[in-house]
Design a protein around this ligand. Structure first.
Ligand code: BV8
Ligand code: ZN
Length: 263
């Protein structure tokens, strides 16, 4: 008699979940790891939609849309400057470091690991990951709201400005180089991400609620191309039902264990 699936999943401890996921991952050649804010939670950077998250304290329509910037550019600039200040001490956690090690290991055997991240904190690159596609931009960079010219490092301006600095090319206002609601994602980044997703054998979704489009549909695209989906998240998401393997744990514990199990 087959064990009751809900009973089986209820008793499947984290170790069993990790072993099952590793069994698939170790046989893959091309892997995509899709990360969201939960990836950086154990680096001390708040998520958006968990209890007490960023959107429980701020209204995205007030600080994360082009309209918000047109309405009050100073308020948006200061909000991002405060977020940069609050993440200044954040360091890559063991999950980021494990992904960088996984990329090196797969490259050494002719495979690939591509990190497609919604995070704007730069922690994957800081951990040593090289093949990183930041589809929602980079909080540490600026560009011109008016002519889109590169505005350089954001930190260079933070100390003195309460209003957005001026664009060196056209005199317009600089903005954070991130993707706001209602804005298209950078085409080059999306192109790179979609190529990797269409070609991957395994997609590991880590620390994302799967609520923000178009990224929320990326794992389904991988499934359409016959990839195996693994989800690492302490909480269920709309993706969980589509995942062949689920690890109900935090990124900083699950990823090192998973990478270790693939050694
Ligand atoms: C677009 C800015 C079209 C950067 C962000 C109505 C009007 C306008 C647009 C729309 C609309 N309805 C729908 C849309 C589309 C909209 C959208 O999807 N809205 C949703 C909310 C309904 N999408 C867009 O607007 C996108 N653009 O569609 O453009 C277009 C096309 C052509 C031409 C013009 C326009 C742009 C989306 C990007 C928005 N930018 N942020 C910033 O300031 O950070 S959104 C924000 O959400 C962040 O980027 C974030 O990365 C992203 C996704 O959130 P998550 O990363 O998943 O984080 P979340 O907090 O939600 O979840 C955390 C998870 O981690 C949880 O599951 C938790 O359980 C887990 N977790 C917690 N701890 C841990 C953990 N996991 C592992 N380990 C742990 N320790
Ligand atoms: Zn300009």
């Amino acid at each position: 008699m087959q064990p009751n699936p809900s009973l089986r999943s209820a008793v499947a401890t984290e170790d069993v979940q990790i072993a099952a996921a590793a069994h698939v991952l170790v046989r893959a050649r091309r892997v995509v790891v899709l990360t969201g804010a939960g990836m950086s939670a154990e680096s001390g950077i708040p998520t958006f939609r968990d209890a007490g998250g960023i959107w429980s304290m701020f209204d995205p329509d007030e600080v994360a849309t082009p309209r918000a910037f047109e309405r009050d550019a100073g308020k948006v600039w200061r909000w991002y400057a405060e977020r940069r200040r609050s993440m200044a001490g954040a360091r890559p956690n063991a999950g980021h470091v494990a992904l960088a090690a996984l990329e090196a290991r797969f490259a050494a055997r002719g495979g690939s690991v591509t990190v497609v991240t919604q995070n704007i904190d730069g922690l994957h690159r800081a951990a040593g990951s090289r093949n990183v596609v930041a589809v929602h931009g980079d909080i540490h960079r600026t560009r011109c709201f008016d002519c889109r010219a590169d505005g350089g490092e954001a930190g260079a301006h933070d100390a003195s400005t309460v209003a957005p600095p001026r664009c060196p090319a056209c005199g317009g206002r600089l903005r954070p180089d991130v993707v706001w609601f209602g804005e298209a994602l950078p085409m080059a980044a999306v192109g790179r991400a979609l190529r990797a997703i269409r070609a991957c054998d395994v997609l590991v979704s880590v620390g994302t609620s799967g609520e923000v489009e178009p990224v929320a549909s990326f794992p389904l695209l991988a499934l359409e191309h016959r990839a195996v989906l693994i989800e690492i998240n302490p909480a269920p998401t709309p993706l969980s039902a589509h995942a062949e393997h689920v690890v109900r744990a935090g990124a900083a514990t699950a990823l090192p264990a998973l990478v270790e199990a693939c050694a």
